[in-house]
Design a protein around this ligand. Structure first.
Ligand code: 3NM
Length: 229
C-alpha cells in the first residue's frame, strides 16, 4: 500500500497511479481458474485489483470468502492493493485495502466511518450529480461508465462514451477517476485522452488468450496516453 498523507488518507497522486490498469474479476468472468487468471494479470503489471463475485453462478458464503482470501494473498505477494466490490462486511473481515460501491450501496462517508481513513473507497458514477455527491461524501476515486457497450454487467446504464469524463475535467474536477465498460486495447487511448487516470476492465484481460501479455500492453497504452497528457 502507498504511504499515508497527513490526515491518514492515501494521497490522490498515489491513488491516480494505482488506477492505471485496474483489473476487476470474479470466478464467473474466468475461463481458467481465478487464481491462474489473477496470477497472470499480476505478472503483466496490473496496478490495482477488485474482487467482484457477482452474476449467475457466483460463489456465496464460505466459498466467496475463501476465494477472496486467496485472491488477496496473490495481490499482497505482488504489492498490488486488493479492493472488494460492494461487500463491506467482507472488506472488514479480510482487512482488504478498500471497497468499491455503486449508487445503490451506502454512501462513501458512512463506509469511511466503518473502514477508517487509510482505506481506498471508490464509487461508480454515471451522471455529474452522482459524481459530485460521491466527492462530497469523501470517495477516493470514481469509476465512470459504461464508456463502451459491456457484456459483463447485467444492469449496466446506457453507454456514455467519454462525455462525463470530459465534462468533469472541463469543470475542473480533479478527483482520481477511471473509465469502465467495454474497454479493449483498441479503444483505451481515448479514455485517457478524455482525462481519466486509468482504465478499469474485466473481460479484455480475464478472457484474453495471453493474459499477462495483454495486461502488459494495457499498461504501455495507458502510460503512453498519460505522457501525451
Ligand atoms: N461497471 P468489461 S461497466 C463492473 O458502468 C462494471 O459502472 C460498469 O466489464 C459501470 O470490461 C462494468 O468486461 C463491466 O466491459 C466492465
Amino acid at each position: 500500500m502507498p504511504e499515508m498523507g497527513d490526515n491518514n488518507r492515501i494521497p490522490s497522486q498515489a491513488i491516480r497511479s494505482l488506477l492505471k490498469v485496474y483489473f476487476i474479476m470474479g470466478s464467473v468472468n474466468c475461463r481458467l481458474s481465478p487464481a491462474e487468471v489473477l496470477t497472470e494479470a499480476l505478472a503483466g503489471g496490473i496496478t490495482l485489483f477488485q474482487f467482484r463475485e457477482k452474476g449467475k453462478g457466483a460463489l456465496t458464503g464460505r466459498g466467496k470468502f475463501e476465494l477472496a482470501q486467496n485472491m488477496m494473498q496473490l495481490c499482497r505477494a505482488h504489492g498490488v492493493p486488493f479492493i472488494v466490490n460492494d461487500d463491506l462486511e467482507l472488506a472488514i473481515a479480510l482487512d482488504a485495502d478498500g471497497i468499491h460501491v455503486g449508487q445503490d450501496d451506502s454512501p462513501a462517508g458512512m463506509i469511511r466511518r466503518r473502514l477508517g481513513a487509510g482505506k481506498i473507497i471508490g464509487v461508480s458514477a454515471h451522471t455529474l450529480q452522482e459524481a459530485q455527491q460521491a466527492i462530497e461524501d469523501g470517495a477516493d476515486y470514481l469509476g465512470i461508465g459504461p464508456v463502451y457497450p459491456t457484456a459483463s454487467k447485467e444492469d449496466a446504464q446506457p453507454v456514455n462514451g467519454t462525455r462525463l469524463i470530459e465534462e468533469l475535467r472541463t469543470r475542473g474536477v480533479d478527483i482520481p477517476l477511471v473509465g469502465i465498460g467495454g474497454i479493449t486495447l483498441s479503444n483505451a487511448a481515448p479514455v485517457i485522452a478524455a482525462g481519466a487516470d486509468g482504465i478499469s476492465l474485466i473481460s479484455a484481460i480475464a478472457q484474453a488468450a495471453k493474459i499477462s501479455e495483454t495486461a502488459k500492453s494495457f499498461v504501455k497504452t495507458v502510460e503512453e496516453g498519460l505522457r501525451r497528457g
